[in-house]
Design a protein around this ligand. Structure first.
Ligand code: ATP
Length: 293
Protein backbone atom coordinates (compact mmCIF):
# COMPACT_ATOMS: atom_id res chain seq x y z
CA UNK A 1 0.00 0.00 0.00
CA UNK A 2 1.47 3.40 -1.02
CA UNK A 3 1.72 5.77 1.96
CA UNK A 4 0.34 9.29 1.71
CA UNK A 5 2.85 12.12 2.32
CA UNK A 6 1.91 12.53 5.98
CA UNK A 7 2.09 8.78 6.69
CA UNK A 8 5.46 8.57 5.02
CA UNK A 9 7.05 11.53 6.90
CA UNK A 10 5.49 10.29 10.16
CA UNK A 11 7.14 6.92 9.59
CA UNK A 12 10.48 8.60 8.84
CA UNK A 13 10.25 10.66 12.04
CA UNK A 14 9.40 7.50 13.97
CA UNK A 15 12.52 5.82 12.58
CA UNK A 16 14.67 8.85 13.40
CA UNK A 17 13.36 8.92 16.97
CA UNK A 18 13.68 5.17 17.49
CA UNK A 19 17.16 5.18 16.06
CA UNK A 20 18.17 7.96 18.48
CA UNK A 21 16.61 6.13 21.42
CA UNK A 22 18.50 2.98 20.45
CA UNK A 23 21.95 4.58 20.55
CA UNK A 24 23.64 2.07 22.84
CA UNK A 25 26.01 3.17 25.57
CA UNK A 26 25.48 6.82 24.66
CA UNK A 27 28.84 8.35 23.76
CA UNK A 28 28.04 11.63 25.53
CA UNK A 29 26.03 12.63 28.59
CA UNK A 30 24.02 14.98 26.36
CA UNK A 31 22.79 12.03 24.27
CA UNK A 32 21.76 10.04 27.35
CA UNK A 33 19.88 13.08 28.71
CA UNK A 34 18.22 13.70 25.35
CA UNK A 35 17.02 10.08 25.26
CA UNK A 36 15.29 10.71 28.60
CA UNK A 37 13.85 14.00 27.33
CA UNK A 38 12.40 12.26 24.25
CA UNK A 39 10.86 9.49 26.37
CA UNK A 40 9.07 12.01 28.58
CA UNK A 41 7.78 13.99 25.58
CA UNK A 42 6.52 10.76 24.00
CA UNK A 43 4.76 9.88 27.25
CA UNK A 44 2.98 13.26 27.36
CA UNK A 45 1.91 12.94 23.73
CA UNK A 46 0.90 9.28 23.62
CA UNK A 47 -0.52 8.79 27.10
CA UNK A 48 -1.93 12.19 28.05
CA UNK A 49 -2.54 14.27 24.95
CA UNK A 50 -3.63 11.79 22.25
CA UNK A 51 -5.85 10.12 24.85
CA UNK A 52 -7.87 13.32 25.24
CA UNK A 53 -7.69 14.80 21.74
CA UNK A 54 -7.34 12.52 18.76
CA UNK A 55 -4.40 13.43 16.53
CA UNK A 56 -6.57 12.32 13.61
CA UNK A 57 -9.24 14.98 14.14
CA UNK A 58 -9.18 18.77 13.99
CA UNK A 59 -9.11 19.46 17.74
CA UNK A 60 -5.32 19.73 17.98
CA UNK A 61 -3.22 22.23 16.10
CA UNK A 62 0.55 22.84 16.21
CA UNK A 63 2.02 26.30 16.56
CA UNK A 64 4.88 26.29 14.10
CA UNK A 65 7.25 29.10 13.10
CA UNK A 66 10.18 27.13 11.67
CA UNK A 67 12.32 27.61 14.82
CA UNK A 68 14.47 24.81 16.22
CA UNK A 69 12.26 24.11 19.25
CA UNK A 70 9.02 23.67 17.34
CA UNK A 71 10.87 21.61 14.73
CA UNK A 72 12.07 19.17 17.40
CA UNK A 73 8.52 19.03 18.72
CA UNK A 74 7.13 18.46 15.23
CA UNK A 75 9.53 15.56 14.58
CA UNK A 76 8.53 13.83 17.81
CA UNK A 77 4.84 14.63 17.29
CA UNK A 78 5.00 12.96 13.87
CA UNK A 79 6.84 9.98 15.37
CA UNK A 80 4.07 9.61 17.95
CA UNK A 81 1.40 9.95 15.27
CA UNK A 82 2.98 6.97 13.50
CA UNK A 83 3.12 5.00 16.75
CA UNK A 84 -0.49 5.91 17.63
CA UNK A 85 -1.74 4.72 14.23
CA UNK A 86 0.32 1.51 14.32
CA UNK A 87 -1.22 0.68 17.70
CA UNK A 88 -4.80 1.80 17.11
CA UNK A 89 -5.42 1.09 13.45
CA UNK A 90 -2.76 -1.39 12.26
CA UNK A 91 -2.63 -1.91 8.51
CA UNK A 92 -5.15 0.83 7.79
CA UNK A 93 -4.33 3.91 5.73
CA UNK A 94 -3.92 7.18 7.62
CA UNK A 95 -7.28 8.99 7.42
CA UNK A 96 -5.71 12.48 7.39
CA UNK A 97 -3.43 13.98 4.77
CA UNK A 98 -2.14 17.05 6.61
CA UNK A 99 -1.66 18.20 10.21
CA UNK A 100 -3.33 21.40 11.36
CA UNK A 101 -0.75 24.04 12.18
CA UNK A 102 -0.64 27.76 12.74
CA UNK A 103 2.09 30.31 11.96
CA UNK A 104 1.60 33.81 13.33
CA UNK A 105 3.54 36.00 10.94
CA UNK A 106 3.16 39.04 13.17
CA UNK A 107 6.69 40.39 13.38
CA UNK A 108 9.20 41.33 10.74
CA UNK A 109 10.51 37.87 10.11
CA UNK A 110 13.67 36.79 8.32
CA UNK A 111 12.90 35.97 4.67
CA UNK A 112 14.94 32.79 5.10
CA UNK A 113 12.72 31.75 8.01
CA UNK A 114 9.55 32.46 6.01
CA UNK A 115 10.97 30.47 3.11
CA UNK A 116 11.92 27.64 5.49
CA UNK A 117 8.36 27.58 6.87
CA UNK A 118 7.05 27.29 3.28
CA UNK A 119 9.45 24.43 2.48
CA UNK A 120 8.84 22.51 5.68
CA UNK A 121 5.09 22.96 5.44
CA UNK A 122 5.35 20.64 2.43
CA UNK A 123 8.02 18.38 3.89
CA UNK A 124 5.98 17.72 7.04
CA UNK A 125 2.54 17.78 5.36
CA UNK A 126 1.19 20.69 7.37
CA UNK A 127 -2.08 22.39 6.65
CA UNK A 128 -0.60 25.69 7.77
CA UNK A 129 -2.75 28.69 8.65
CA UNK A 130 -0.60 31.76 8.11
CA UNK A 131 -1.92 34.87 9.81
CA UNK A 132 -2.22 38.23 8.15
CA UNK A 133 0.90 37.85 5.96
CA UNK A 134 2.11 41.22 4.76
CA UNK A 135 -1.01 43.15 5.79
CA UNK A 136 -1.33 43.74 9.50
CA UNK A 137 1.74 42.66 11.43
CA UNK A 138 1.01 44.94 14.35
CA UNK A 139 -1.58 42.80 16.07
CA UNK A 140 -0.50 40.97 19.22
CA UNK A 141 0.10 37.23 19.46
CA UNK A 142 -3.09 36.89 21.55
CA UNK A 143 -5.15 38.75 18.93
CA UNK A 144 -3.66 36.64 16.16
CA UNK A 145 -4.56 33.41 17.99
CA UNK A 146 -8.05 34.80 18.66
CA UNK A 147 -8.51 35.30 14.92
CA UNK A 148 -7.16 31.82 14.27
CA UNK A 149 -9.70 30.30 16.67
CA UNK A 150 -12.53 32.29 15.13
CA UNK A 151 -11.55 30.94 11.71
CA UNK A 152 -10.94 27.41 13.10
CA UNK A 153 -13.53 26.97 15.86
CA UNK A 154 -12.98 23.20 16.09
CA UNK A 155 -9.50 23.78 17.58
CA UNK A 156 -9.48 22.96 21.30
CA UNK A 157 -5.78 22.62 22.03
CA UNK A 158 -2.58 24.02 20.52
CA UNK A 159 0.81 22.35 20.79
CA UNK A 160 3.60 24.83 21.60
CA UNK A 161 7.38 24.29 21.50
CA UNK A 162 8.12 26.39 24.56
CA UNK A 163 10.80 25.32 27.09
CA UNK A 164 11.20 26.10 30.80
CA UNK A 165 14.32 28.12 30.03
CA UNK A 166 12.35 30.52 27.77
CA UNK A 167 11.28 33.84 29.33
CA UNK A 168 8.36 33.53 31.80
CA UNK A 169 8.17 29.78 31.19
CA UNK A 170 9.72 28.48 34.41
CA UNK A 171 6.41 27.49 36.02
CA UNK A 172 4.47 26.31 32.98
CA UNK A 173 2.90 22.84 32.90
CA UNK A 174 2.67 20.38 30.02
CA UNK A 175 -1.10 20.90 29.74
CA UNK A 176 -2.70 24.14 30.84
CA UNK A 177 -5.32 26.71 29.89
CA UNK A 178 -4.26 30.02 28.42
CA UNK A 179 -3.78 33.02 30.76
CA UNK A 180 -6.16 35.94 31.15
CA UNK A 181 -6.02 38.23 28.16
CA UNK A 182 -5.67 35.30 25.78
CA UNK A 183 -8.41 33.46 23.87
CA UNK A 184 -9.44 30.34 25.73
CA UNK A 185 -7.72 27.14 24.59
CA UNK A 186 -5.50 24.46 26.07
CA UNK A 187 -1.78 24.89 25.62
CA UNK A 188 -0.01 21.58 25.13
CA UNK A 189 3.67 22.00 26.00
CA UNK A 190 5.42 18.64 25.82
CA UNK A 191 9.03 19.84 25.46
CA UNK A 192 9.12 22.17 28.48
CA UNK A 193 11.87 20.06 30.09
CA UNK A 194 14.22 20.16 27.08
CA UNK A 195 17.58 21.91 27.40
CA UNK A 196 19.27 23.75 24.54
CA UNK A 197 21.95 21.05 24.13
CA UNK A 198 19.25 18.37 23.85
CA UNK A 199 17.45 20.32 21.11
CA UNK A 200 20.63 20.53 19.05
CA UNK A 201 21.65 16.94 19.72
CA UNK A 202 18.40 15.51 18.40
CA UNK A 203 18.01 17.98 15.54
CA UNK A 204 21.56 17.47 14.26
CA UNK A 205 21.25 13.70 14.58
CA UNK A 206 17.96 13.75 12.64
CA UNK A 207 19.75 15.09 9.56
CA UNK A 208 16.57 17.04 8.78
CA UNK A 209 16.95 20.43 7.09
CA UNK A 210 17.08 23.28 9.60
CA UNK A 211 16.56 27.01 9.10
CA UNK A 212 19.65 28.60 7.51
CA UNK A 213 19.63 31.56 9.92
CA UNK A 214 21.07 29.26 12.59
CA UNK A 215 24.09 28.58 10.38
CA UNK A 216 25.36 32.18 10.64
CA UNK A 217 25.61 32.60 14.41
CA UNK A 218 21.98 32.96 15.52
CA UNK A 219 20.71 30.89 18.43
CA UNK A 220 17.08 32.03 18.79
CA UNK A 221 15.00 33.80 16.17
CA UNK A 222 12.91 36.88 16.91
CA UNK A 223 12.06 39.65 14.50
CA UNK A 224 14.80 41.04 12.28
CA UNK A 225 15.29 44.37 14.00
CA UNK A 226 15.75 42.74 17.43
CA UNK A 227 17.74 39.63 16.56
CA UNK A 228 21.50 39.54 16.11
CA UNK A 229 24.12 36.81 15.94
CA UNK A 230 24.95 35.62 19.45
CA UNK A 231 28.16 37.32 20.61
CA UNK A 232 29.17 34.17 22.52
CA UNK A 233 29.59 32.48 19.14
CA UNK A 234 32.29 34.85 17.93
CA UNK A 235 35.10 32.69 16.57
CA UNK A 236 37.48 34.67 18.77
CA UNK A 237 35.69 33.17 21.83
CA UNK A 238 36.59 29.66 20.53
CA UNK A 239 33.32 27.87 21.32
CA UNK A 240 33.65 24.13 20.77
CA UNK A 241 31.41 21.70 18.91
CA UNK A 242 29.66 19.26 21.26
CA UNK A 243 27.77 17.35 18.55
CA UNK A 244 30.49 15.80 16.41
CA UNK A 245 29.11 12.33 17.11
CA UNK A 246 25.54 13.28 16.13
CA UNK A 247 26.71 14.81 12.82
CA UNK A 248 28.98 11.87 11.99
CA UNK A 249 26.24 9.34 12.75
CA UNK A 250 23.24 11.34 11.56
CA UNK A 251 20.13 9.49 10.46
CA UNK A 252 20.43 10.89 6.93
CA UNK A 253 23.81 9.13 6.72
CA UNK A 254 25.71 11.92 4.95
CA UNK A 255 27.49 13.49 7.95
CA UNK A 256 26.25 16.94 6.97
CA UNK A 257 24.18 19.60 8.70
CA UNK A 258 21.48 20.53 6.19
CA UNK A 259 20.71 24.23 6.50
CA UNK A 260 18.26 25.99 4.22
CA UNK A 261 19.80 28.60 1.89
CA UNK A 262 19.92 32.22 3.05
CA UNK A 263 17.67 34.28 0.82
CA UNK A 264 16.54 37.87 0.23
CA UNK A 265 18.36 40.42 2.39
CA UNK A 266 19.52 37.62 4.69
CA UNK A 267 22.28 36.73 2.21
CA UNK A 268 24.24 39.57 3.82
CA UNK A 269 24.22 37.71 7.13
CA UNK A 270 26.83 35.30 5.74
CA UNK A 271 29.99 35.99 7.74
CA UNK A 272 33.34 34.67 8.91
CA UNK A 273 33.03 35.97 12.45
CA UNK A 274 30.49 33.68 14.04
CA UNK A 275 30.17 29.93 14.42
CA UNK A 276 26.76 28.30 13.85
CA UNK A 277 24.04 28.37 16.50
CA UNK A 278 24.64 24.77 17.55
CA UNK A 279 28.03 25.69 19.05
CA UNK A 280 26.12 27.20 21.97
CA UNK A 281 24.83 24.85 24.67
CA UNK A 282 24.37 27.18 27.64
CA UNK A 283 20.64 27.83 28.08
CA UNK A 284 21.28 31.07 29.93
CA UNK A 285 23.04 32.51 26.86
CA UNK A 286 20.56 31.29 24.23
CA UNK A 287 18.74 34.61 23.86
CA UNK A 288 21.80 36.84 23.97
CA UNK A 289 21.22 37.71 20.30
CA UNK A 290 17.65 38.81 20.98
CA UNK A 291 17.53 42.45 22.09
CA UNK A 292 14.72 43.83 24.17
CA UNK A 293 12.42 46.27 22.37
P1 ATP B 1 14.00 29.74 18.63
O1 ATP B 1 14.06 29.95 20.14
O2 ATP B 1 15.29 29.28 18.08
O3 ATP B 1 13.46 30.95 17.92
P2 ATP B 1 11.42 28.49 18.43
O4 ATP B 1 10.90 29.62 17.57
O5 ATP B 1 10.92 27.13 18.10
O6 ATP B 1 12.99 28.48 18.41
P3 ATP B 1 10.57 30.15 20.67
O7 ATP B 1 10.90 31.36 19.87
O8 ATP B 1 11.08 30.05 22.06
O9 ATP B 1 11.07 28.79 19.96
O10 ATP B 1 8.98 29.98 20.68
C1 ATP B 1 8.41 28.94 21.47
C2 ATP B 1 7.29 28.28 20.70
O11 ATP B 1 6.20 29.20 20.53
C3 ATP B 1 7.63 27.84 19.29
O12 ATP B 1 8.30 26.59 19.31
C4 ATP B 1 6.26 27.76 18.64
O13 ATP B 1 5.57 26.57 19.00
C5 ATP B 1 5.56 28.95 19.29
N1 ATP B 1 5.70 30.15 18.46
C6 ATP B 1 6.55 31.18 18.66
N2 ATP B 1 6.39 32.11 17.72
C7 ATP B 1 5.40 31.67 16.90
C8 ATP B 1 4.76 32.19 15.74
N3 ATP B 1 5.12 33.36 15.24
N4 ATP B 1 3.79 31.45 15.15
C9 ATP B 1 3.42 30.26 15.66
N5 ATP B 1 3.98 29.72 16.76
C10 ATP B 1 4.96 30.42 17.38
Amino acid sequence: MALNGLASIAERCYKITQSYLEIKEPPTAIIAETQDAIKLTKKYLLQEIFDRWSPLGREISLSYNGGKDCQVLLLIYLACLHEYCSQNMPGQPLPVKRLNAVFIDQAETFTTLEQFVEETKERYSLSLYESERGTNKNISMAQAFDKYLTDNPETKAIVVGIRHTDPFAQHLKPIQRTDDGWPDFLRLQPILHWKLAQVWSFLLYSGEPICGIYSVGFTSLGDISHTLPNSHLRISNSPSLRFQWEIEHSFSGDQTVHCSALCGDDVHLQNHEYLPGWYLVDDTLERCGRNKR
